[in-house]
Write a protein of this length. Structure first.
Lengths: 396, 85
């Protein structure tokens, strides 16, 4: 046997053993990423510890120069993550989290809407209000979550006022899609707003005026916002409902999660379709594509902005087409729909390629930024708030 | 016979070298603080991003290629023993 043949044979045999078992060496124990009856997974607490410390240091770490939208996303996911963690926390920690959530909400509300948008926000909105549902919806969800966990009837009027604005912004659109940029409506923002209205109704003890009718009409018209080639809701539309961005991984998983409070059956269907169309699971690892396979469109034209990486998608790794934003949001989808097998594979990929850094019980991922860490915090912590709303009971 | 035997020995040695190389480079990059540059790989540029990118590439090589090369060294060593019986 010559050297080359021996080398090749050795390499093939070794690869056949090592590659299928590599994930075993990298996979953390389930307690780190699966919620137990006693509370959130260890990763949620560690991510929260790192982010609370970073917040106290004045760090926002979201590369605003690249995308100011990340700044709002960071605030929202941090606040929602801490809100969920507070439900199972000790009284002292619960109070710490309340103070942080209040500070996060206050910081967002102190800024003009433009602060969280790219430059083209300064155009002519189709809706005469000219407001961003991106900001208004996320503020409403943060405040409603805060008041669901730490009740304060004195702030109900403030909450109801914000909810009224959100109902107005969505109801004004011909297809019930509120704008976040001039003539640009995002599915993420609109489904988040519907979830925020559901949480608000829970807090107030009655539905927000117009919210139930809006939600029913929106659901009835959802088919026209759905891409027929994938069965997934499109990522963005014009005010009139024309598709701008087709289905996207950085949107689809979160949309499914938000819809859980609106229509559980539709939410589950969207999650399963997103998983089928976007998730790749090689050798015990997993990641998500930003866009479905263009072959699904056959001879039909692709959506206007198909395959164009943007500030929402984050970087897309060449060859394997792994989307950073899509993969992070896939963790949220998998945890929300109790898909523990997929969570395990996604977390294993993070151990391999997201460069976790653990120090003194705090965890951050070096390959992402503050928004990525906050999304992962929320993904690991989410569940209690949605359950609270669904059960329709208040906490004290 | 001597030539054949020594040529067989070089295969596992080659794989051991390949297995160890990324680990050695990783140690050097670590000493240079390259791991601190991972943060800016996604959005930044300049020397820190370059070092961070080098760290990412070498880390992936160390995690994936080193075990395969180490396994290949083991297999080729076994083949040598089997051939020597």
């Amino acid at each position: 046997m010559n050297k080359l043949l021996q080398g090749l044979l050795s390499l093939v045999v070794s690869s056949c053993v090592v590659l299928p078992t590599l994930h075993v060496a990298l996979r953390p124990s389930p307690a780190r990423y699966v919620r137990s009856p006693d509370g959130p997974p260890e990763m949620a607490r560690e991510l929260a510890a790192a982010q609370v410390a970073a917040w106290d240091d004045g760090q926002r770490d979201v590369a605003r120069q690249v995308n100011p939208e990340w700044d709002l996303g960071h605030h929202t996911f941090l606040a929602l993550g801490l809100t969920n963690l507070a439900i199972d926390a000790t009284p002292a920690l619960r109070e710490t989290y309340r103070a942080k959530v209040d500070a996060v909400v206050a910081e967002v509300r102190a800024r003009p809407q433009q602060h969280f948008h790219l430059a083209y926000f300064d155009g002519a909105f189709r809706d005469r209000r000219g407001r961003s549902l991106f900001v208004d919806g996320e503020v409403l969800l943060m405040l409603a979550g805060r008041l669901a966990v730490w009740p304060d009837p004195a702030r109900h009027a403030e909450l109801a006022g914000l909810a009224k604005d959100v109902v107005g912004e969505m109801s004004a659109g011909p297809v019930l899609m509120g704008e976040s940029y001039p003539n640009e409506c995002w599915m993420y923002d609109n489904t988040l707003a519907l979830a925020a209205l559901a949480v608000t109704g829970h807090v107030l003890g009655h539905a927000v005026e117009g919210a139930e009718a809006l939600t029913q009409r929106w659901l009835a018209g959802a088919a026209r916002l759905t891409d027929p080639h994938t069965g997934l809701l499109v990522a963005s539309t014009t005010w009139d409902g024309g598709t701008l961005d087709g289905p996207e991984g950085s949107s689809a998983f979160a949309v499914a999660h938000f819809l859980e409070l609106v229509d559980a059956k539709m939410a589950r269907e969207q999650y399963e379709r997103a998983k089928e169309r976007l998730v790749v699971r090689p050798l015990g690892f997993a990641y998500a594509h930003e866009w479905p396979d263009p072959a699904l469109w056959g001879k039909d034209p692709l959506p206007v902005r198909a395959g164009m990486p943007d500030v929402d998608s984050g970087p897309v790794i060449p060859l394997v087409h792994a989307g950073a934003g899509a993969s992070g949001m896939a963790v949220l989808g998998a945890t929300a729909f109790h898909d523990d097998a997929l969570v395990a594979e996604l977390v294993t990929s993070m151990e391999l390629a997201a460069f976790p850094e653990r120090k003194n019980g705090a965890l951050r991922f070096r390959a992402t930024n503050g928004l990525g860490d906050a999304v992962l915090l929320y993904a690991m912590a989410q569940g209690p708030l949605w359950r609270l709303v669904r059960a329709g009971k208040a906490t004290s | 016979m001597t030539t054949s035997s020594s040529s067989l020995v070089t295969v596992p040695r080659f794989f051991l070298l390949v297995a160890g190389l990324p680990l050695a480079i990783l140690a050097v990059l670590g000493a240079c603080g390259a791991r601190e540059g991972i943060d800016v790989v996604m959005t930044g540029s300049g020397s820190r991003a370059l070092l961070g990118a080098a760290w990412v590439a070498t880390w992936l090589a160390a995690v994936i290629a080193s075990p395969i090369a180490a396994g290949a060294a083991l297999v080729s060593f076994g083949l040598r023993r089997w051939r020597g019986r």
